[in-house]
Design a protein around this ligand. Structure first.
Ligand code: PSU
Ligand code: MN
Length: 305
């Protein structure tokens, strides 16, 4: 870990031990817990995801901001506190230092989790979906800071692709401009979060954690390179097909528009609306894909130790 940040980062015992012994560690974000899923499914999922990572022989490190510190690895009581909390700040790059300087409780997005993971010396991070270019961004300018972070911070993000509520072709364009390799895992097609299909060919495709590990080691030799995005399709038995999902997304985006939802509220609002429209099925899909990503991330992390 960079010496200058030593007083800002608090590792839990298990993560500290794993790092000093050179065991694989997988970073996890906390916004998915506080803003991505309702209680108590959020904490149940967080626990299952941590168990999935352990079952693959790696150690989970959920990242959050508490009392002016970047916490790397939360114990069970802390996960529970985060999952129940009513007012947790959703922290992306713009918010991370604000949350630290004011000492407020903060959940980290993909962007802020990448920042924290990198400072803490973690190279692999599992999540559900990344933020991207929103539909209508030519009017709203709504482009997630996750894309810039992928362009600058050398962490491998294992996702299920980008949600189809985003403009996926524009999201791919920005990632290419920022120099981010996008790797579909075990398929040629870019997955679209709840659906295995997006109708778009992925820029690259790899079929094993070892091949992804080799790419990450090569990236490491170029210190100014940023992250790598792995897009791992949701397991078949849990997916919601693309055509069906498109209807729910259109309705949810219409509701967000009608209610004047803007900025960082958009993603949580639309996820909530889709949860209602699918009678909770989208949540089961979300849980299955996060667990699937956690297992793959653990296997990639094992390639790097
Ligand atoms: N995907 C989910 N649930 C979430 C998010 C993504 O299924 O809560 C979060 C992630 O933390 C991601 C963030 O980094 O939404 C993107 O938000 P924005 O578009 O405001 O950058
Ligand atoms: Mn946004």
């Amino acid at each position: 870990m960079a010496e200058a940040y030593r007083d800002l980062i608090v590792f839990n015992g298990e993560v500290d031990d794993a790092l000093s012994r050179g065991k694989p560690v997988v970073a996890l974000e906390s916004t998915i817990i506080t803003h991505g899923m309702p209680f108590p499914k959020n904490v149940e999922t967080a626990r299952r995801v941590e168990a999935d990572i352990r079952a693959e022989g790696a150690i989970p490190a959920t990242i959050a901001l508490m009392d002016g510190k970047i916490r790397v690895g939360l114990d069970d009581a802390e996960l529970d506190r985060l999952a129940r909390a009513e007012s947790v700040m959703k922290c992306s790059r713009a918010d991370l230092t604000f949350a630290l300087s004011t000492g407020c409780f903060g959940a980290t997005t993909v962007a802020a989790t990448m920042m924290a993971a990198h400072l803490a010396g973690l190279k692999v991070f599992a999540t559900g979906g990344i933020g991207g270019v929103h539909k209508g961004a030519e009017q709203s300018f709504d482009v997630s800071a996750d894309l810039d972070e992928l362009g600058r911070t050398p962490v491998c993000v294992v996702s299920a692709g980008a949600k189809a509520l985003l403009d996926i072709p524009k999201t791919l364009e920005v990632l290419e401009t920022r120099g981010v390799p996008v790797i579909a895992f075990g398929t040629e097609e870019l997955p679209a979060f709840w659906s295995r299909a997006s109708g778009l060919k992925a820029p690259y495709s790899l079929n094993s954690p070892a091949e992804i590990g080799a790419l990450l080691k090569m990236r490491d030799r170029f210190p100014d390179h940023g992250g790598v995005l792995v897009a791992n399709p949701v397991p078949e038995d849990a997916e919601i097909p693309q055509e069906e999902m498109a209807r729910y997304i259109d309705t949810a985006l219409g509701q967000a528009e009608k209610n004047g939802v803007r900025g960082k509220e958009v993603t949580p609002y639309v996820l909530g609306a889709i949860l209602d429209l699918t009678n909770g099925r989208s949540l089961e899909t979300n849980i299955a894909l996060v667990r699937n990503n956690a297992r793959l991330a653990a296997r990639i992390a094992a390639e790097l130790v």
